[in-house]
Design a binder for this molecule. Structure first.
Ligand code: ATP
Ligand code: MG
Length: 272
């Protein structure tokens, strides 16, 4: 089995063309292969997270963006259920409060980035300010353009502080989304997830895809790359996301700290 995450990465200053990418692609990988590899990835991630936490020198921020019902919640559930909760956090960004709107758009975001040694997952993020806000023209073209620059500056600041930023767009088709909405209506325990307002956003699908393309073209950088994840096969989605998280942590190469005591003085058979 061969999988190259580079195929999913958006190279800086290139068109992502999200609408032309297969949302059910599996790159020749079978479900059985993916499940086996995903399990191994989770095990490796847990071990790497332990070292990251102990080293307390670097951190990882994972941003998830997608159309409604694409599976952000279940991606987060899968990843976090294989991590040590002590070093792992989730922040969800909905409609900004009055207090948040009274500040710059990165104010509420910056407060939630991971501390050294920690991993944080963002369920939606500062990218909403160049996605839903752009689609609805709640800000001018100039303001949106300025925000791409501000986002890159902000993410560069995080990189300088040893926070690695990974950004995933869970890509689905409008047909798949409709099937997930129907499921939310048909299953009583999923009714609470159905939001009639999502049907209006759905009508703006191509505008959303343009906004995603533009955000990724401007803000997929070497320091903070965007990946477009084909997300209609959940086993493939989890395999791709866990593979990228794992290889990123491997590249970060966290290290356990050196003991701050004299190891000659303290040995397990001499202490009492
Ligand atoms: P689910 O998929 O389970 O419905 P959700 O992420 O859609 O979860 P909701 O509380 O239903 O969560 O929706 C949050 C809404 O807030 C989204 O429509 C999102 O686009 C919107 N939102 C997030 N950030 C901003 C922002 N900065 N400005 C305006 N709207 C925002
Ligand atoms: Mg919603």
């Amino acid at each position: 089995m061969k999988f190259d995450s580079e195929e999913l990465r958006i190279k800086p200053n290139t068109q992502a063309n999200v609408s032309n990418r297969a949302t059910d692609a599996t790159f020749g990988i079978t479900e059985a292969q993916a499940l086996k590899a995903t399990k191994k990835n989770y095990k490796a991630i847990l071990a790497l997270q332990d070292t990251l936490y102990a080293g307390a020198d670097q951190s990882l921020l994972i941003v998830l963006q997608a159309m409604d019902a694409a599976g952000k919640d279940s991606t987060i559930r899968k990843l976090t259920s294989h991590m040590n909760v002590q070093g792992c956090h989730v922040a969800k960004f909905g409609k900004p409060s009055d207090e948040e709107l009274a500040h710059d758009f990165l104010w509420r975001i910056h407060k939630k980035v991971p501390a050294k040694g920690h991993i944080t997952l963002f369920n939606r993020s500062h990218y909403e300010d160049v996605l839903i806000v752009k689609v609805h023209n709640w800000a001018s073209t100039d303001v949106i353009q300025q925000r791409y620059t501000d986002i890159n500056t902000f993410e560069t600041l995080l990189a300088s502080n040893k926070t690695k930023v990974l950004k995933f767009m869970l890509n689905i088709s409008p047909e798949y989304q409709l099937s997930r909405f129907k499921r939310r209506l048909d299953k009583p325990e999923k009714n609470w997830k159905f939001n009639p307002g999502d049907l209006n956003e759905r009508k703006l699908w191509s505008n959303y895809m343009q906004a995603f393309n533009s955000a990724m073209q401007h803000c997929s950088t070497e320091a903070a790359p965007w990946y477009v994840i084909p997300s209609e096969n959940r086993w493939f989605r989890d395999f791709a996301v866990s593979s990228i998280v794992r290889e990123t942590l491997e590249k970060m190469d966290p290290k356990y700290p050196e003991p701050d005591f004299d190891t000659n003085l303290y040995q397990s058979d001499t202490i009492s």
